[in-house]
Write a protein that binds this ligand. Structure first.
Ligand SMILES: Nc1ncnc2c1ncn2[C@@H]1O[C@H](COP(=O)(O)OP(=O)(O)OP(=O)(O)O)[C@@H](O)[C@H]1O
Ligand SMILES: [Mg+2]
Length: 338
């Protein structure tokens, strides 16, 4: 499903934006102005604020944050070079900014891509700074003649921003000679080359599959300037992410609940379909459901703000992960374990 996501200035973590924040996403981008120092470019573009927010909002991801800073530094220096007339040779005016984000599910790829769109916008590399997230089904048709219009429609939506292609390797199906995915790849390649001053493409997915994809699609590989690998989160990072998520929803762990959640995580990580921060979010959603049922059962008690915002250990310990045996090879109920 095509998803239009906006990076919201001053907000955190991929909550669906309110319509009013859409307009503010289109904050003015810096034009190559009179800035002569790094500080001036940073101030004019307000990119420092996005970088600081990225640091503050996202737990862990140290190597990813460093790479984003490096890319931002490159773009800022580019800006200053331009002011000195040091632009690259004609025809190479816009630097290639297409990227590849690899990592397991729930490691923050979409979230970081939204921040990246914001940075590119503030530095004037894209006009609008929105992010259009798609998968194969949004680009590739079922019948002959359907793929080109589909892909072009998506590209039209993404122009001036970032096109985020999740699990990009599904575009390429070597086992099917007539696969329409190839057509979508070819259109993408053209636009990535010819319109790179107005569209940045970020491909995302598992590292090993992406590597195989690039081996079979050298044209794609050569157009990707930056490869960023998203590591799995350590258990302590996941627990911190959980606390932040709860806090942002006006909930918190009550006495003993954080320990219960640590225990939960240590079991859940070993189960199939574990998806890092995404699994944390899902686990918290279920804990909130159980908390609600627990409070609901108590018809006559006056509920305080604290009651209503506290996740108790039993809201976590009732999870299935505490009852299913940790038999590694036999996933009884996949997908939504927990
Ligand atoms: N470092 C982090 N700190 C806080 N929250 C995070 C962090 N990383 C991810 N999240 C949250 O976890 C959820 C999943 O993240 P996101 O969708 O960015 O991951 P993803 O790598 O794109 O996953 P998928 O491959 O499943 O699409 C989001 O709700 C996001 O806000
Ligand atoms: Mg994602």
């Amino acid at each position: 499903m095509t998803q239009l996501l906006y990076a919201i200035p001053g907000s955190s973590l991929a909550q669906p934006p309110a319509p009013s924040s859409v307009a503010s996403a289109a904050a003015p981008a810096t034009q190559p102005g009179a800035a002569r120092t790094v500080g001036e470019v940073l101030r004019e573009s307000q990119v420092e604020a996005v970088l600081a927010e990225l640091d503050a909002d996202l737990v862990g991801l140290v190597p990813v944050k460093q790479r984003i800073r490096d890319i931002a530094a490159l773009l800022v220096i580019d800006r200053l070079r331009l002011a000195h007339g040091l632009q690259p040779a004609a025809g190479k005016a816009a630097p290639s900014l297409h990227m590849c984000f690899t990592g397991n599910p729930g490691t923050g790829k979409t979230t970081v891509a939204m921040r990246m769109a914001q940075i590119l916008h503030r530095l004037g590399y894209v006009r609008k700074g929105h992010l259009v997230a798609v998968t194969r089904d949004d680009l590739v048709g079922q019948y002959i003649g359907h793929t080109a219009p589909k892909t072009k429609e998506v590209l039209k939506k993404a122009m001036g921003g970032v096109l985020f292609v999740d699990e990009a390797y599904y575009l390429y199906r070597p086992e099917n000679e007539r696969d329409y995915g190839q057509e979508a790849i070819e259109i993408l390649l053209q636009v990535m080359e010819n319109q790179r001053d107005d569209l940045v493409v970020i491909l995302a997915g598992y590292k090993d599959r992406m590597d195989t994809f690039f081996q079979s699609n050298p044209g794609m590989s050569s157009r990707i300037a930056h490869h960023i690998d998203f590591p799995d989160y350590a258990p302590a990072e996941l627990a911190t992410i959980a606390e932040r998520m709860l806090h942002s929803m006006n909930y918190g762990f009550g006495p003993g609940a954080r320990e219960a959640f640590d225990d939960y995580l240590s079991r859940r990580i070993r189960q199939p379909h574990f998806a890092n921060a995404r699994s944390v979010r899902n686990a918290l959603d279920r804990a909130r459901l159980r908390q609600a049922s627990r409070l609901f059962a108590d018809r006559d008690r006056e509920l305080t703000a604290e009651d209503l915002s506290t996740i108790a250990p039993q809201d976590i310990l009732a999870s299935r992960v505490f009852t299913t045996t940790a038999a590694p090879a036999a996933p009884a109920a996949p997908a939504a374990a927990g």
